[in-house]
Design a protein around this ligand. Structure first.
Ligand code: ZN
Length: 319
């Protein structure tokens, strides 16, 4: 009898689970865990909020999310109201929908300043990413910059194809084609196309992180903080910002770090000498907060830089 009851109970549970699995997908705004359990083909064929003309279910889902978040953590939105916008990390990642910045590194809203584009390119003439970088470094004073690529990247795959995607997309992909050209020797030795794409993802993350390290914004800030540290400031534990290359694997959820091939610590980047044009000119703006540690040295440095500027002005007007 006991066996029969528990067997019936189990059957009921199983029926209930099957029913839940077939709940119309338009109702699934609050059923994300069920949604993620669907098989890939079911997930791709499902109806979603995007099938509605006005996206109103999206706003309903937002209300439900806000209520859930407030219930789980009553102080969450209150804290947000009082929280200054002071993220410590700039994240430049791919626009791919499977690679959300905060979630994959377990960070709450507030700590990551984000910019995303196709295949996480860092291009010095791109006003959008360069404005984000400038604001992040000069104003928000982020301590780290992460350039994050990911395996199975459509942008990287496209850049390995012999197909003209037409402007402006093809112009953008050209930057990744350049990375492939720089590393042609290594890539040509890989015959498996998926392995080649994966390796280009890694090389692209590295090259884009190096592009980040080479920007005037990053170089200037690194010289400022390096000078402050040399003068005994306790404000910085290391030269800022540190630049990192990550690659994320959507199939496992795990990210790994790709070595930049240049020393990226406080004594770094001798290999990037061509980009070190700020060594003598930018420290002027930084006076160590802890002025008692090295006031004379800071004053000397300031005088030296002022003299440089006077000599430069003199040369300019005497021509
Ligand atoms: Zn991508």
């Amino acid at each position: 009898m006991a066996f029969s009851l528990s067997s019936r109970f189990l059957t009921m549970i199983m029926m209930l689970v099957s029913c839940i699995a077939f709940i119309p997908t338009s109702l699934k705004g609050s059923f994300s865990s069920i949604r993620m359990q669907a098989k890939p083909e079911e997930w791709l064929k499902r109806k979603g909020v995007w099938d509605t003309k006005d996206l109103s279910p999206l706003l309903e889902a937002n209300k439900a999310w806000a209520a859930r978040t407030a219930a789980a953590n009553p102080a969450f939105f209150g804290n947000m109201k009082n929280m200054p916008h002071a993220p410590k990390i700039l994240w430049l990642g791919c626009a791919d929908a499977r690679v959300p910045a905060n979630e994959i590194i377990g960070e709450e809203p507030g700590s990551v300043f984000v910019h995303r584009n196709i295949a996480n390119n860092v291009i010095a003439t791109d006003f959008s990413s360069m404005s984000v970088l400038q604001y992040a470094v000069d104003y928000l004073k982020v301590r780290h910059v992460v350039v994050c690529g990911h395996y199975d990247c459509g942008g990287v795959k496209a850049a390995l194809s012999a197909y003209d995607h037409k402007a402006p997309l093809e112009n953008w992909l050209k930057n990744i084609r350049d990375v492939a050209r720089i590393h042609e020797k290594e890539l040509s030795g890989i015959s498996d196309i998926t392995a080649k794409q994966n390796r280009l993802v890694e090389l692209n993350a590295k090259e884009q992180a190096l592009n980040m390290l080479k920007t005037a914004t990053v170089q200037k800030r690194r010289e400022e903080t390096r000078f402050a540290i040399e003068q005994g400031s306790t404000e910085f534990a290391f030269v800022e910002p540190q630049v990192h290359a990550f690659v994320y694997e959507p199939r496992t959820g795990l990210a790994k770090k790709i070595p930049l091939g240049v020393a990226d610590d406080a004594s770094d980047a001798a290999e990037l000498k061509a980009y070190k044009m700020y060594e003598k000119t930018t420290a002027l703006a930084v006076v160590p907060k802890d002025a008692t540690t090295a006031p004379a040295a800071a004053a000397d440095r300031k005088k030296e830089l002022e003299l440089d500027f006077k000599l430069f002005t003199l040369r300019l007007f005497s021509q």
